[in-house]
Design a protein around this ligand. Sequence first.
Ligand code: URA
Length: 243
Amino acid sequence: MDAEQLRQYLEFYQDLGVKSLYRRTVVAPAAPAAPAVEVAPPAPMELPPLAPSDDTLLKIIQDIGDCRRCKLHEGRNKIVFGVGNEQAPLVFVGEGPGADEDAQGIPFVGRAGQLLTQMIEGTARKEGMNLLRNDIYIANVVKCRPPENRTPEPEEMEICGQFLHRQLMAIRPKAICALGGTAARALTGHKEGVTKMRGKWFKWQDIPVMVTYHPSYLLRAYNVEPKREAWEDLKKLLHYVYD
Ligand code: URA
């Protein structure tokens, strides 16, 4: 019996209300010597892709609908899907909407968002690039505001993450910028803190991901060092994408 048959078998008994199973002791016959492999192992199971090949941001919004897939919907005013250019070569990913974003339905429009806009446009200008916030795309790991701006829970990130996955697959940018530890961990699977990860390249699927500080952290940071580091990270990122 393979793993899938065993799963169906157990589900069948569960549906009948059988709560516990026990194993009969089986006296195993002496194992014969293993034969040389004659039959190639079966091809790995084809899993349906997470994102349809002809996906668009519009279809994703339609699929999200009036989402109630996790408990974050209970406190939200607006779903904050994402904003910007659907063909952007660069996508910024934050953690989740705050109060201003929840009220307007647009990511990064509060104080942290204004700093992010200044950082993107200011760095580009200093580096001789003509780049505005509207030229890139901005989204979050979760699309509804967590209560008291708490960090999204793993289950919320997993449920909402399927839509971020589809957004990134539909846009297929040249690079992604993870803003802060939550986005960095969600996109890269690495578990270190942002201080260790910032300024380095990681990968999401086959797309390079640059990790940097979240602008909310930069608003609170007392010394100028993190701000200087974030400008450095952005410079590296913008030159990779636009040179
Ligand atoms: N912080 C985030 O992570 N995302 C927003 O959209 C706003 C603030």
